[in-house]
Design a protein around this ligand. Structure first.
Ligand SMILES: *Cc1c(COP(=O)(O)O)cnc(C)c1O
Length: 416
């Protein structure tokens, strides 16, 4: 469910035509719908309302301050993976007790900053990290609150680059080592063991891997309890998929919540979830201008002013994104074409061999489902300034991140 729709043949975000934003802001730009973000986080929160829970939106999916602020006002907490993300959630006023910190490579300064701010817990990913946390917390005369991220070794059946819960992935502690590490952690002077964590992957379209993982971690929780290690939090990470293509509809959050809660009844644990994509993905589009239509030997190329430096998902994962004309005209012929960017890489494409209505030079195209892992993964490759970001609220819009300038790109460089 999102608030992007055609009205009088113009693609709108809520009540604002995307063509109007393009006129004022130029292309390419990302456009986020505030109402869609609010709707997504509410549905998710409501689905888990029957049990004690904390929804920590995964900041890495889309970390724009306007997005974070919208979600924070709806009661979300945050899952962060760096000191930079910590700074962002501080800026929107999030208190420490609503922040969890994930990631395999937490640096010393990052750990210090998070301890200083008093976050809810660190999701620890290795024994070395645990030792480092204990030592830094000791030097600050504090206790570091932790969960251990275990790797439940289930196959999430998603793209290999976004599978994280298998034995061969770099994430988490191997399942059979977890008991020993918990015992060690519980004995550390500056560690407070609070929870158990797992996150098995992203863009999951089946509930089975989530349930398998939950069963495994609950089994571990029972063993810990028997050893006298009582947990307060069960963090199941994120990973619920979204419909990028109409043919592939992932489970609704209510269904997801239903099957997880069925396993959790009678347990005195607060459930933490770290949804990212399911909140932000379909709340954003990337609007790009068609620069050229080029007839190749075998097919037509539509060359857009946005490229893999703006939206990397197709190049990185072969990901599918819906493409639509911003101005709908009837009676367009359809043809099979490639939609490609201006970057000097053959991997720079948004669609390959896609049947699309005929586009003309100078037209606007919307790349759908670009709200998560879109702008956040953008780069300055080919010395291209990053796109503007816009948020719509009803019939109003605001630029929430100005388009970068070439001067800004060069700011930190000098000639030796
Ligand atoms: C990326 C990530 C998430 C969010 O995943 P989504 O698929 O966007 O919901 C949650 N937790 C951790 C630890 C992650 O790395």
């Amino acid at each position: 469910m999102d608030y992007f729709h055609y009205s009088e043949n113009l693609l709108h975000c809520e009540e604002v035509p995307l063509s109007k934003i393009a006129q004022e802001v130029g292309t390419p730009f990302y456009c986020y719908s505030e109402k869609t973000l609010q709707h997504h986080i509410r549905v998710f929160k409501d689905a888990f309302a029957p049990i004690s829970n904390l929804i920590c939106y995964s900041v890495k999916a889309n970390s724009n301050l306007a997005v974070l602020s919208t979600l924070f006002k709806e009661g979300a907490g945050f899952d962060i993976v760096s000191a930079g993300e910590l700074e962002r959630v501080k800026r929107v006023g999030c208190p420490g007790e609503r922040i969890v910190y994930s990631g395999v490579g937490k640096g010393r300064d990052e750990i210090k900053a998070a301890l200083e701010y008093g976050i809810l817990m660190f999701n620890v990913e290795s024994r070395s990290e645990l030792l480092r946390l204990n030592s830094i917390a000791g030097s600050m005369a504090k206790k570091a609150p932790i969960a251990i991220r275990v790797n439940p070794d289930v196959d999430p059946q998603t793209h290999p680059y976004i599978s994280t819960g298998m034995r061969t992935n770099k994430f988490g502690i191997p399942f059979d080592k977890a008991l020993d590490l918990y015992t060690e952690a519980a004995a550390m002077e500056h560690i407070e063991v609070l929870g158990l964590d797992c996150h098995i992957g992203s863009q999951l379209t089946s509930l089975t891997p989530f349930v398998d993982a939950l069963k495994r971690v609950l089994h571990l929780e029972k063993k810990l309890s028997a050893l006298g290690i009582k947990l307060k939090y069960m963090d199941l990470g994120g990973g619920l998929g979204i419909p990028y293509e109409e043919e592939q509809i992932p489970p609704h959050p209510e269904h997801y919540a239903g099957v997880l809660m069925a396993e959790l009844v009678d347990l005195d644990l607060t459930l933490i979830l770290e949804p990212g994509r399911v909140i932000a993905g379909n709340a954003g589009v990337l609007v790009t201008g068609v620069e050229y239509i080029k007839q190749g030997e075998e097919k037509q190329f539509i060359i857009t002013d946005a490229g893999m430096s703006d939206l990397m998902r197709p190049a990185l994962y072969g990901a599918y994104h819906g493409l639509q004309p911003v101005v709908r005209r009837f009676g367009r012929e359809e043809s099979v074409c490639d939609v490609v960017g201006p970057i000097c890489e053959s991997g720079d494409y948004f669609a390959r061999d896609r049947t699309l209505p005929e586009f003309q030079e100078g037209e606007l195209m919307a790349v759908r489902s670009a709200g998560a892992y879109g702008f956040v993964m953008s780069s300055n490759y080919n010395s291209r300034p990053r796109a503007a970001e816009v948020m719509v609220r009803g019939d109003k819009f605001a630029v929430v991140r100005r388009r970068e300038t070439i001067a800004q790109l060069l700011e930190n460089e000098s000639i030796f």
